[in-house]
Write a protein that binds this ligand. Sequence first.
Ligand code: ZN
Length: 114
Amino acid sequence: MGMARVLKDPELRRRGALARALGRFRQMLPGALVYRRRPCGKSSCRCRLGKEHWHGGYQLVVPRKGSYSRTYHVPREQVEEIRSRLAERQELEAKVREILEINLRRWLKGKQQD
Ligand SMILES: [Zn+2]
């Protein structure tokens, strides 16, 4: 297929841009960030006084295939970084979905040789 043809077809241009963008997502992480409050269990701690004194913290919850999720503590200073690395994964998946839609549409139109 000639380059001129690709440039003329907006769908192929879009697919090329999407495919090239996939290489950017190297730092993505799986799972979701959740904020949880809980007591620490120490007898001397004020969190024993009631829910309003519980400790809050962020966790990364990573689902596992056919099993319970795994939960990891996220230090407060890493929360923003983790948040953007999780967003990277969403962005990548949106691009992959769009490529899949383009390819399905083209295949259905009999253009699968592209
Ligand atoms: Zn405590």
